[in-house]
Design a binder for this molecule. Sequence first.
Ligand code: SF4
Length: 414
Amino acid sequence: MNSNTLNSLNLYRLPWTLPDNGISWLEPTARCNLNCYGCYRKNIKDSHKSMEQVKHELDVFQSLRKTDCISIAGGEPLLYPNIVELVAEVKSRGLKPIINSNGIALTKELLHELKKAGVFGFTFHIDSKQGRGRGPQWEGKNELELNELRLHYAEMLAAEGGIACSFNSTIYGDTLQYVPELVAWAQKHIDIVHTMVFILFRYVTPDLPFDFYAGDKKIIFDDIHYHSDKEEVTNLMSPQIVAEIRKKEPDFTPAAFLNGTHKADDFKWLLTERIGTKDKIFGYLNNKFIEMVMEFYHYKNDRYLSYASPKTLSLGRATLFNLWAINKSVRSALKKYFGYIAANPFRIFKKVYMQSIMIIQPVDFMPNGDQSMCDGCPDITVWKDKNGKDQLVWSCRLEEPMQYGEFLHTVPKN
Ligand code: SF4
């Protein structure tokens, strides 16, 4: 499948830009209690930042960029000793704190504390290449067997109540096959799983036809943090994921995207929004629906939406009845909903939900060596350069400026 199968002109270009975005990325620590294979960050033991430093980074975001949420990431943010204070700080600034965690350090007590501090949501990163060997033994489990672990966290959040629940998985060449079942699993738990995110694996491998440079200094391949000596599939593209999902769910229709910095029709972030119950999807909401939500939210709040609350996402039926007249995709979902009720009137008591599926396609190499990034990078973070000046940099490539003082550039091999 190539990108022509998805036509960027039929999708809504998410309105996120450098100065006005839904998301910003804060790393209070680089320490982690896992060593995921596909991770782009070094696991550094003594790397907790002071509260003063993280508050300064929040100041930098707020002085340069409108943002709706702060993704508190890492490292593993739950290892950060001041995590509850940090969540309260983000909340007190009128932003939504979202914790990006592997979940290992999450207890019911800590969750309760975080809820009281104002946490808006969690994104749990769970996939089969994280080397999870603790607690209930997850080592060696495939993506589908890990659904038991995903459900554990989704139920934990649901029991606490009012917290958005998302799951991230890095998708590799050999785990692509599981994506349709993960999407089906998410539907089965549409009441408590609000978002699924599939991040396409990117590493540099020896067969890459480029040399890496910092300034004019050639970089030794083995020194690049995200390199692998193994043969790897490192060029999965978003349309391939859509094609895979459609094998099981032919109606699956993305609605919005972020293009690449070097390609207008690249689907760097590809958003699909669906509406349904645990046993039936009534439809996929279209480009105009997302545009309407984003622009209305921005008009009201002066920033673009990132995550919606569980309460909003549970208003599926109200959405069908209130918006059918102004949106074609809602109209067609409402028709299917009527058919569903007609077949069994007791189904009127079932709640209707909305759910998001996001596909993220990180850095791609252009033939001339340019690296195409997500245009209007939502996961941008703060880095202090050698002159002590705060810069906003791509978090997925943070190791480069940290190690070399600048982003590496790539040049085709002779
Ligand atoms: S450019 Fe990198 S850090 Fe930014 S959104 Fe894309 S993958 Fe994430």
